[in-house]
Structure formats: structure tokens, C-alpha cells
Design a protein around this ligand. Structure first.
Ligand code: MOS
Length: 758
């Protein structure tokens, strides 16, 4: 039985919202709770007798702890305990216990496990006190003596150690085998380019700090409010690491203040908070500082090389794309960087290569459109370079080589309205007015440039369960252990259910964010709508059928001789499609049948046999205008037009917001974000909001999002493909290409800061 869990306090639409159709713009049902502070985040949940933990991080990048001095810390009034690897409670030792659902190949990090220091910023101790202030002060007094060893954190100095990773990660596809003979085709072609690209480390900076509040009840049961993209992933992890059975641990994440990859894996504050709660037998909260959020994963530093060759008419003859990225000593973090270069353009000779180098940092982690954000960047800047070599319009070059089937594997696309994206966005942007030559447009001290790029991302579907309970008063509660990181899950799932049963939106509650709810995947890979949405549609269809059966069985039923395909659910009633006046309100059906509640459950399994026959992607075309100040090198992105083909759009407003957010992050990747390491210390240095730059309002100007019409029933029964990540892909390339068009200077490393532009 899946009843409403009071503590989750799921949001519902305002009274009077009424019926809404999927595809229309609908405001987030959680919006009011979030902006008024009613939504409670992991660090905010109250608990009686709560202790506060503060993490002490390693100052050294590599070595062994030889001595720990906790005396001064323990002497601080209010300090309860200092946990280190010497006195922590028992945790499991074997690798598999630490493998969360998204772990790559290797041996996951085990917090406070032993005396080994593997990276700067590694958590070495947890100070627990009666107040946060006492814990924070005491944490500054803990001293470690570390026997240091030489470390290596510089990718460029270690490229010769690159190796091919093991492809063991859910959802990861290694590069395909070579198609044709790329080297020979490259050698023979009349027009070619060969370019190297660099993308620096980027760190996650969601507004909400990473936090876990572990509430221990007298029986020993742990209810954990965790900042995560999957309550069930965190529950699974805690159970395995500490050997606690499933019914001893509940994880909740009803509200998440941004994540986009940082919450895919359980982070160490969760492990440490549980450790302290078990050790002290009381409730414990651990919140990481902004600085400490630079110590649990990042978008990996990556070097790439792209060679393209074409005939004089622009026909592509060779695509060669190589990437070398960093990973940690313990795990092979893999992402799809180069494969996109074999999915976008028709070409007979394609060679793709991806390697890793182990550096003494923590394992990198997914960040919005992992792999594509910088992999497609390199390809799309290279395409722009090739277009200039050919003296061809960059859009015309893309259209010339438009792929009707996925080139390397020679598979059809499940759907591909990229051509419509190019046309819609180019028209809206006014691309046909673009002069071919760089340095052709200026206004005052600013050079103006126009650039474009293609974007691509996967259209994935995983499996999920959903349950639905319809009450006699017409209220519907639909449940799945999904997550809403601010992307609109609550809203879209409620819309799907409300439309299916013809109910006003405010009568539908979608509850998510609790590990005891029906199984749902992590909120990642832009797959929540295709996956959880399809489960919601499935469970609602079961409810429809049950209601219909009850309606037919009523005496004098107007539906006695009707088939299911001839009815619809609108305006709170079951109706005949061809004569909507013939209707029975849902409440009346239940009442007259003597049922007070109807419950259905549904398991949504993707049709993998069918899906496998197709390459399933979302696409975009991004057009950008930049203005570059000739004296200062400051770049302003003054206009962005992005057209996206992502299947059926379920909520125009939240989908648009996703793409706008992706574009903002793309501008950030292009111009602002980079974490710099001091390689002598092996440490990321600009780990704060003052020195780690992200765009502010003044950096973002006109952003225009268009959706190309697309409906893909191979990816999901809803026709949707997902919009979470596509917005960022290609944006930085379009900015780079626009900077070249403005200035004549080709920039191949991100971020494109004024020193590089000048
Ligand atoms: Mo996304 S990087 O799968 O949260």
C-alpha cells in the first residue's frame, strides 16, 4: 500500500489551476514551497538531540597518516567526539560494498577507512559537537602528521601514461571500432584541419550545499535526509557499507536544490554522518562547506585532438577524434567524449579513441551532459575551422553532411528533427545575414561575431515502478521514488496523471523522494520523464481500465456495451469519445460500485529489443552572437537562439527552463568556469565563489529557445525524449566560433577568458 507520507509534504498545484494538458506551459507545483522557504532541504530538517559534524580535510595530496592530535579539539566545550580511521565504527572493507548504482570500474573511495591519503581535501576526521559552531572551531584544531609521498596532478605532464579504460559502467559505451580507413582518407583529401583542444577542470556549484541529516529513532532505525539524485541509491549504499538491513534505513530527498551530476553518487558527508550516528547512537547532521564541495568529484580535465578532411565541395572524408581525460588512482571514471563524432555527420572514415590518465585527485563525476559538453565542443569548433578552410558557410557544411542514419553503426535514428532545428533557429536568429569573413561586423569598440554549433545527447529510458491510489473524493496520489532536483519532476508527473484521468491538476499529488516508494532510477541522463513518466502513464492506464470495468458493471450503465478504446477521461468523468455528454463522474463510479479507494501498481520496462535497433538521440542547433571588446578582450554573449528536438515536450515552461539553464551553463563553460590546481600542493586553489567564476545576471542576455516538433514512441510511450542535458551541448562551441567570427582568433581551450581572447 502506498499512502501519502506526511513527512514528505509533497507540493500540489494551487486551487483553481484546473485541468492542464501536457505540452502546455505549467508553473512548477513546488515553486511556491521553494521560494517561500517552506520546502525543507537536507540540512534543514529538525531532529531532537541533534549533534553536528564538521569534516576535517587533508592538507596533503598523497601519503600516510602517522599521527593525529585531537586533544585540543576534544577540549572545546560541547565537543562530543572526533572520529578518525582509528576509532570509527565498523564499516565493510570490500569494494563491492561501496559500489553505488552509478559507480565506475575500480575500488570506490572508503571514507575514514585507513591511514592512506589519496588526494588533497580528502576527509580525514569528523568532529561532532552539540553545536555547529563548537564543531567548526574544534575542527580547526585537529592536527595530522602525514608522511607525504610524491603526487601527480598535472594532466599535460602525464599524457604518456594514458591507457584504454575498462568499459564497466552502467550506460557507458566505449568508442566503436574504426569505420573505413581514416588515415588514408585523411592523407588523400584536399582540404583538412588538425586541431588540439583543452578543457579545464570544472566543479559543481549547486546552490544547496551537500548535507545529510541522520535522524535516529530509539529503535535504531535511521531516517536520513540526504542531498542526492536518488534516495534509493543512497539507501542501498548505506545498507551495504554499514551492513544494515533495508528496513533499518530510510533515505529521503523530497527537495533538492540543484545537482546535475554531483548527487548521482553518495557523497562522503552521508557516510560520515551515518558513522557518527551509529557510533554515538544519536541523530547527526553533516553539512559540507562550499570549499569541501570541491573535494568530491569534478568534470575531468581533458585534452582532445580532432582531424577532419573533406573534398572541395565540403563532403566529409575523414573524422578522427581522440580524447585523453583524467581519472583517479582508484577508479576508471569514464564518459562518452568522442563517440558523438560518429553519430552526427555522414562520413565513410571515422576513427574514435578515448583514454584515461590516473592523477592524484578524487574520481571525477558526471556534470550536465558529461562527455558531450566538451567532446561535442571539440568536434563543433573543428567543423567551424573546416568550414573556413572550405570558404563555406558553417551551417551549409553541416547540412551537406547531414546523416540520415547513424554513420558508424549504420542504424536508423528513432527520430531526428535536427534539420528542422537548423532551419528554425537559423531563421529566428537571422543567420542568412552573416558575412562569411571574420572581423566583418563592429559597433563602437566591440567586434561582433556570429557562430553556430550542433548539440547532441542520448535519449535514454531505464526501468521504474509507480503506484497510484484514487480516493472516493476524487483525489489521486501517484508515487515513485523519483527525484526533483529543480527540473520539474513533481509538476510533469502530476500533469501526466491528471491528464490521464481527466482530473484538475490540484487534485493530483505526485510523491517522490523516499527510498520506500516504488523503485525509480537516479535522476540522471535526462531520463526521468521517459522512465518515471512512462511508469506514471502506465499505472494511470491501469486505473482507467479498472474504473471502466466498474462503470460497465453498474446497473443501467451507459457504458455497458462500450469498448475501452471508445471512452475518454475528461472533466473528472468517464465519457464516450463520440458523445461526451454520455458521462459518469469518477466519484460516482466509485460510490456506486462501493469502493472507497482504488490502487494500482505498474512496472515500466523499456522495450530493449526494439530500442536497440535504433540510435536514440536528442539534437539541438545553437546560434550565438558575441560582442568582443577590442581593448579588454571581454566577451559578451548578447544573443543565443537554440532549437531543440527532444521528442514530445511535456511541459513547455519547465522544458524551456531546462534548456535556458543549460545554455547559461554553456556560456559559463565557454567564458567563466575553471578550477585551477597548484600542482606543487596537488590542490584545487580557487575553491570558493569569489574565485570560481559562474555567470551572474549581468553575463546573460537574450536567450531564445525553440522546440522542433518531434514525437518518438520508440524512446518512450509518451513520445518524449528528455531535455535535462541537451541545452548545454554545443553552446561553448557556438561561442568559440562566434569569437573567431568577431576577432579572427581561434580559441581551442575553455574557458575563453580575456587573456586568451586578446
Ligand atoms: Mo546528469 S550529469 O546525469 O545529473
Amino acid at each position: 500500500m502506498t499512502e501519502l507520507i506526511e513527512a514528505l509534504n509533497p507540493p500540489v498545484a494551487d486551487r483553481g489551476t484546473g485541468s492542464v494538458r501536457t505540452g502546455t506551459p505549467v508553473s512548477r507545483v513546488d515553486g511556491r514551497a521553494k521560494v517561500t522557504g517552506q520546502a525543507k532541504y537536507a540540512a534543514e530538517l529538525p531532529a531532537p538531540d541533534l549533534a553536528y559534524g564538521v569534516v576535517v580535510s587533508s592538507p596533503a595530496a598523497k601519503g600516510r597518516i602517522v599521527a593525529i592530535d585531537t586533544q585540543a579539539a576534544l577540549a572545546v566545550p560541547g565537543v562530543v567526539e572526533v572520529l578518525t580511521h582509528l576509532n570509527r565504527p565498523k564499516i565493510r572493507s570490500f569494494d563491492i560494498a561501496y559500489k553505488d548504482m552509478t559507480a565506475p570500474a575500480g575500488s570506490p573511495f572508503r571514507p575514514l577507512y585507513d591511514d592512506r591519503v589519496m588526494y588533497s581535501g580528502q576527509p580525514l576526521a569528523l568532529v561532532v559537537a552539540e553545536t555547529f559552531e563548537a564543531a567548526r572551531y574544534a575542527a580547526s584544531l585537529v592536527r595530522f602528521e602525514i608522511d607525504t609521498e610524491p603526487h601527480g596532478t598535472k594532466l599535460s605532464a602525464n599524457l604518456e601514461r594514458a591507457y584504454k579504460p575498462k568499459p564497466l559502467k552502467a550506460g557507458y559505451e566505449p568508442p566503436p571500432d574504426e569505420k573505413g580507413n581514416t588515415d588514408a582518407a585523411y592523407a588523400q583529401a584536399p582540404v583538412k584541419i588538425d586541431a588540439e583542444f583543452y578543457s579545464g577542470v570544472e566543479h559543481h556549484n549547486p546552490m544547496e550545499l551537500f548535507a545529510s541529516t541522520v535522524i535516529r529513532d530509539p529503535s535504531g532505525h535511521l531516517t536520513i535526509y540526504d542531498k542526492t539524485q536518488s534516495s534509493q541509491n543512497s539507501r542501498w549504499y548505506v545498507s551495504h557499507v554499514f551492513g544494515l538491513s533495508k528496513n533499518k534505513v530510510t533515505v529521503r530527498n523530497p527537495y533538492v536544490g540543484g545537482a546535475f551530476g554531483s548527487g548521482l553518487r553518495p557523497q562522503y558527508q552521508l557516510t560520515l554522518a551515518v558513522m557518527a550516528a551509529l557510533h554515538l547512537k544519536r541523530s547527526v547532521r553533516v553539512v559540507l562547506t562550499r570549499q569541501q564541495m570541491f573535494s568530491f568529484g569534478h568534470r575531468p580535465e581533458t585534452v582532445q585532438r580532432v582531424k577532419l578532411a573533406a573534398d572541395n565541395d565540403g563532403t566529409l572524408r575523414a573524422i578522427w577524434h581522440q580524447a585523453i581525460a583524467e581519472t583517479s588512482p582508484i577508479e576508471d571514471y569514464v564518459e562518452v567524449v568522442v563517440n558523438w563524432s560518429g553519430m552526427l555527420y555522414q562520413c565513410d572514415n571515422i576513427k574514435l579513441d578515448y583514454k584515461l590518465v590516473k592523477l592524484d585527485h578524487y574520481t571525477p563525476i558526471d556534470m550536465r551532459a558529461p562527455g558531450a559538453a566538451h567532446g561535442v565542443h571539440a568536434l563543433e569548433v573543428a567543423m567551424d575551422e573546416l568550414a573556413w578552410e572550405l570558404k563555406m558557410d558553417p551551417l551549409a557544411l553541416r547540412l551537406k553532411n547531414y546523416a540520415e542514419r547513424s554513420p558508424v553503426e549504420d542504424k536508423p535514428y528513432s527520430s531526428k528533427e535536427l534539420r528542422a532545428c537548423y532551419e528554425l533557429a537559423a531563421k529566428k536568429f537571422g543567420w542568412d545575414q552573416r558575412p562569411l569573413n571574420p572581423r566583418s561586423m563592429r559597433e563602437g569598440t566591440e567586434l561582433i561575431g556570429w557562430g553556430m554549433a550542433t548539440g547532441v545527447w542520448d535519449a535514454m529510458q531505464m526501468f521504474a515502478r509507480a503506484s497510484a491510489v484514487l480516493h472516493a473524493d476524487g483525489k489521486l496520489v501517484v508515487s515513485s521514488a523519483a527525484t526533483d532536483i529543480g527540473t520539474g519532476t513533481y509538476t510533469v508527473m502530476a500533469m501526466i496523471a491528471a491528464e490521464a484521468l481527466g482530473l484538475p491538476l490540484e487534485d493530483v499529488t505526485f510523491q517522490l523522494g523516499d527510498s520506500t516508494l516504488p523503485v525509480a532510477p537516479i535522476e540522471g541522463g535526462s531520463s526521468h520523464v521517459t522512465t518515471v513518466g512512462s511508469a506514471v502513464a502506465g499505472v494511470c492506464e491501469k486505473l482507467q481500465k479498472t474504473l471502466f470495468k466498474h462503470a460497465k458493471a453498474l446497473s443501467h450503465s451507459p457504458f455497458a456495451n462500450t469498448r475501452f478504446k471508445d471512452v475518454e477521461f475528461t472533466g473528472g468523468a468517464l465519457r464516450l469519445k463520440r458523445d461526451p455528454q454520455v458521462a459518469l463522474p469518477l466519484a460516482a463510479i466509485m460510490n456506486d460500485s462501493g469502493v472507497v479507494r482504488l490502487e494500482e501498481k505498474y512496472l515500466m520496462l523499456p522495450n530493449m529489443l526494439k530500442q536497440r535497433k535504433f540510435r536514440r538521440l536528442v539534437h539541438s542547433a545553437v546560434f550565438v552572437e558575441v560582442r568582443v571588446d577590442e581593448q579588454t578582450g571581454v566577451v559578451r554573449v548578447t544573443r543565443v537562439t537554440s532549437a531543440v528536438a527532444a521528442g514530445r515536450i511535456m511541459n513547455l515552461k519547465t522544458a524551456t527552463s531546462q534548456v535556458v539553464g543549460g545554455i547559461v551553463w554553456g556560456i559559463s563553460q565557454a567564458l567563466h568556469e575553471e578550477t585551477y590546481a597548484d600542482h606543487r600542493l596537488g590542490r584545487f586553489m580557487n575553491h570558493n565563489y569569489a574565485e570560481y567564476h559562474v555567470p551572474v545576471n549581468a553575463d546573460i542576455h537574450a536567450v531564445d529557445v525553440i522546440f522542433a516538433e518531434e514525437d518518438d514512441r520508440i524512446v518512450s510511450r509518451l513520445g518524449a525524449k528528455g531535455v535535462g542535458e541537451i541545452g548545454i551541448v554545443g553552446v561553448a562551441a557556438a561561442v568559440s566560433n562566434a569569437i573567431w567570427h568577431a576577432t579572427g582568433k581561434r580559441l581551442r581551450s575553455t574557458p575563453m577568458t580575456p587573456d586568451k581572447v586578446l
